[in-house]
Ligand binder design. Structure first.
Ligand code: COA
Length: 132
């Protein structure tokens, strides 16, 4: 099931985050800030296994992660579909080295529309986008 983030979810979100982005995980303060500014949805089975954060006003995906033990089961796809349903479009920055995320977004019909030099300070980002 997909539902809105609540602060009781924070511990699991931080676990998923550190398993998904070992070198650049967001901390609890960043997630708190996201929860105030953006749509923050979690995917829950017996426990929380994924999340997506996006800006409802324009479909910008600020972050998405699925627990490594639960990948390739269509959960990331379900979460991006929520953005498309809500906003009619979606876009995200993706590290040029993150081939998994690029493959994921490409299969979902996103295309690379720009490169932002040094977006991650030490690394460029592709901007990937699709409309409904
Ligand atoms: C990217 C991510 C969110 C995908 O989540 P997921 O739930 O595994 O994705 P799905 O199961 O919906 O995958 C849909 C399709 O994307 C493609 N895909 C997903 N992971 C892939 C991989 N590792 N290699 C190649 N293709 C992949 C496949 O075509 C897949 O369909 P298939 O499994 O039927 O072949 C997940 O890998 C993740 O959390 N990665 C770490 C965090 C991250 O990089 N976030 C994005 C930052 S921009």
């Amino acid at each position: 099931m997909i539902r809105k983030f609540t602060h009781r979810d924070m511990r699991r979100i931080l676990e998923i985050e550190s398993n998904s982005f070992p070198k650049s995980a967001y901390d609890r303060f960043t997630f708190f800030y996201f929860s105030r500014l953006y749509q923050f949805l979690v995917y829950k089975d017996e426990k929380i296994i994924a999340y997506i954060i996006f800006d409802e006003r324009n479909g910008h995906i600020a972050s998405i992660a699925v627990d490594p033990l639960h990948r390739r089961r269509g959960i990331g796809t379900r979460l991006v579909e929520e953005v498309l349903k809500t906003c009619g479009r979606a876009w995200a920055e993706v590290r040029v080295s993150n081939k998994t995320a690029q493959a994921f977004y490409e299969v979902l019909g996103f295309i690379k529309i720009a490169v932002i030099p040094n977006y991650y300070r030490e690394e460029d980002a592709h901007v990937m986008a699709r409309s409904r």
